[in-house]
Design a protein around this ligand. Sequence first.
Ligand code: FCB
Length: 509
Amino acid sequence: MPLTRRQFVQSALGAGLAAALPAGFFSACSVSSKTAGASSAIGSSGVQRQFADSSPIVFPKNFFWGTATAAYQIEGAWKEDGKGESIWDRFAHIPGAIKTGETGDTACDSYHRWREDIALMRAMNLNSHRFSIAWPRIQPTGAGPVNSKGVDYYSRLVDALLEAKIRPFVTLYHWDLPQTLEDAGGWPNRDTASRFSDYAEIVARALGDRVSDWMLFNEPFAFCYLGYLEGTHAPGRKSLLDFLRATHVVNLAQGAGFRALKAARPLARVGSAFSMISCEPATDSEADKLAADRAHEITNLWFLDPALKGRYPESLAFLPDLALGIKANDLDEMRASLDFIGVNLYYRSLVSAPGTVERISHTQEWLFPVKVGSANQGPKTDINWEVWPQALHDMVMRITRDYNRPVIEITESGCAYNDSPDASGEIRDARRIEYHRQYLAGLARAISEGADVRGYHAWSLIDNFEWAEGFGQRFGLAYVDFKTQKRTIKESGKWYAKVAAENVLPAGA
Ligand code: FCB
């Protein structure tokens, strides 16, 4: 059975060692988890109540209440105004690549409807919006001349956001590599790092007079793994070596892009948004705890430690330099003293150590002793991801402890629930309200324990093109009728508007 997007970590950990993993190698653990002191009561809508929510919680002054989107998932206009082809344009057109057979050619048509989208943000009282720039709109072939119409689009968007008193929070790369660069080797090709830093400089010069907060990458682990090893995302390659090389080139690009952006705009605040999964030991055994720590390094630190420490995490030490393509000076080149750490977190995983027999019978587990699985204790969203608010709290605290209290932005968290309008046209998505309420309560707990968290960006503003899932999974605070492109704010969007306006998480029902 092909892995879904969220199961990627299961096989990713083993994938570092062999291209052809036996099916089910990292199958889900069946053990149940400890709940780390969580109360685990089930709320009225079935969402896990792990944090007391009987009284309102006030958030820090100037907290950023935002939403997040990505260019390919919302813009459409895939061939307009001189835009070049991206790897997602190409990939989505391959029969069978997208579960529903759909493409992002039109998506939410935000390229034309961005005013409506900003109106939604206003109605939700947001003061931050995270969006990404489509590289092939700026440089159609990923190198050389700038497409001024592409720049104009984002320039107008930035102006309108500022006008609405919404912070433009810009991601440079949310997965849509210009196809020409993929044809030249894609992320495994070292030259792509230089192309990325040129692109970063162009955008910084064009928008950096008005944009102060940037993310270089969105979820580097996810796009390298899914795109180059598992092949379920663009560009659809399935090669262990390509995957390993891609991770290293992205780390080089992160360093180079950081320097280029800072050179152009010294006052800019620059981070990246990392996919993070709280890795819990499946049992209290020392072996499982050790395995969970290893899994944490691979899943969460593969792109963070190179930036902040100039080295790969310990758990990758067994990989020869040749496998990753590391050359002299590369470790220094990867460094980027990020101004903040962006955390995208949706759920946790349960990790156990493989037993002796498993280790002997699988070389992979001998060399890399972790078994990672998803957990089934909390309720599941429609995309089958476990709701586990404690995970956000735990991850934020772990990063806070391990990296000397860095500035953290929650760059994504959210849930797919496919509720549709009722007879009166309302979208009553109580489960989404409970999701955000509990994740925010966990976050508030982390802040009260000393974490320096500056903002929370709900994924997503509107229902959109969910990559290989097509339009089948709705994450929005606003509903989109994809036939008419009509947007309707869901009950959760109205609730979020109140939270943002008051800077207070209200007590639960
Ligand atoms: C994240 C991606 C984002 C969206 C959400 C649901 O991993 O960064 O684009 O697909 O998941």
